[in-house]
Design a protein around this ligand. Structure first.
Ligand SMILES: [Mn+2]
Length: 351
């Protein structure tokens, strides 16, 4: 059995443009710090596979180069890297510019290279440009060995198909590019994306981290190890008319909210909340917060109910049904009332 770490998509030195410049700098410092957790987890492993997009772009701070070199040096086991579409293998890229240390091997070419390691064969290729299919007509050379491959692969970058994976003879395909954790199995081949190392936006919510894999010819055990770092979270809060909005939202926040970055989406039939005031209150309880007000004001829903018109008649009927209705039915009636109001106001509606 062999044991290794599989990580990808660090996106070091990302812009973090949705945060303040100061918070962006802090997040980039945190990215460098996070590398220490990865190094610590590698202690009982045979090697480390890094499937590309380690850098967000070609522009890398010296602090980042130093932190990554320190991470690799402290690992004391071989580290294999397959460059991705954010950090393609080019003449002037950080992989070419720097000396990353003796234990680091970078798959520099856009063609499959085979390395014979103790206990397994490791295949790999880097991304340089264009749309090349790395697994097209690929078959492992020695079936009886454990066979692994390291690639940065997506629909437009080094694409692979399930048919090609099935025909490859690989035991484990370590992929990068997809920022969510995905572990799949076809026949005896496990192929996985560990997801990005840490979230950078609301499309990368929740816990992020890397995989520790134990692999033999008969079994593949993948353990997800979340990084101990800030998360992006989307929180939907249903406001009630009578209650105090800040209080309701604070109640919905997790206890460690000051560590994390939130998008809070407000729903409900209630008077328009004062989002400026809310933002002020919430920013004291969150690392960063974004508020989306999707509430539908309730105050004007019954406007015209006393009129001696068709509108008044319909609203009166709905209101009396609402007062008599159960909770579930109430929701339907409120939706109907809103629809009728919008229709009579001449708004474009969708049912
Ligand atoms: Mn990426």
């Amino acid at each position: 059995m062999i044991k290794f770490l599989h990580a990808a998509d660090f996106h070091l030195d990302a812009a973090f443009s949705s945060l303040s410049p100061e918070q962006g700098r802090e997040r980039r410092r945190e990215q460098r710090e996070a590398l220490k957790e990865l190094a610590a987890a590698s202690a009982d492993c045979d090697f480390v596979l890094l499937a590309g997009d380690l850098f967000d772009s070609n522009k890398v701070y010296l602090d980042t180069v130093e932190a990554l070199k320190e991470c690799f040096a402290s690992m004391e086991i071989p580290v294999y890297i397959a460059p991705g579409n954010h950090d393609p293998m080019r003449e002037d890229c950080p992989y070419s510019r720097e000396d990353w240390g003796e234990n680091v091997h970078i798959f520099t070419k856009q063609e499959i290279e085979r390395l014979e390691l103790p206990g397994c064969d490791l295949y790999g290729a880097g991304y340089t440009e264009g749309n090349w299919e790395p697994l097209k007509d690929f078959r492992v050379e020695e079936e009886e060995r454990l066979n692994l491959m390291l690639l940065h692969s997506g629909a437009e970058y080094n694409p692979v198909t399930v048919e090609q994976i099935l025909a490859s003879g690989l035991d484990y395909l370590a992929l990068g590019h997809v920022h969510d954790l995905r572990i799949c199995r076809e026949d005896y081949t496990t192929y996985a994306y560990p997801g990005c190392l840490m979230g950078r936006g609301f499309d990368e919510c929740g816990k992020k981290g890397f995989l520790k894999v134990r692999l033999s010819k008969v079994a593949c055990d993948t353990e997800f190890i979340p990084l101990n770092c800030r998360r992006y979270e989307i929180l939907d809060v249903e406001l009630e008319e009578q209650a105090d909005p800040p209080e309701q939202i604070l109640e919905a926040l997790p206890t460690d909210s000051s560590e994390h970055i939130f998008r809070i989406v407000l729903h409900g039939h209630c008077p328009k909340p004062d989002t400026e005031q809310l933002r002020k209150v919430l920013s004291e309880h969150c690392y960063a917060v974004e508020l989306l007000d999707k509430t539908e004001g309730s105050g004007d829903l019954w406007e015209g109910i006393t009129e001696d018109t068709l509108r008044g008649e319909v609203l009166k009927e709905l209101k009396s049904r609402l007062d008599a209705a159960g909770e579930e039915e109430q929701e339907q009636i409120l939706r109907a009332a809103k629809l009728i109001r919008d229709l009579m106001d001449g708004r474009e509606i969708s049912v």
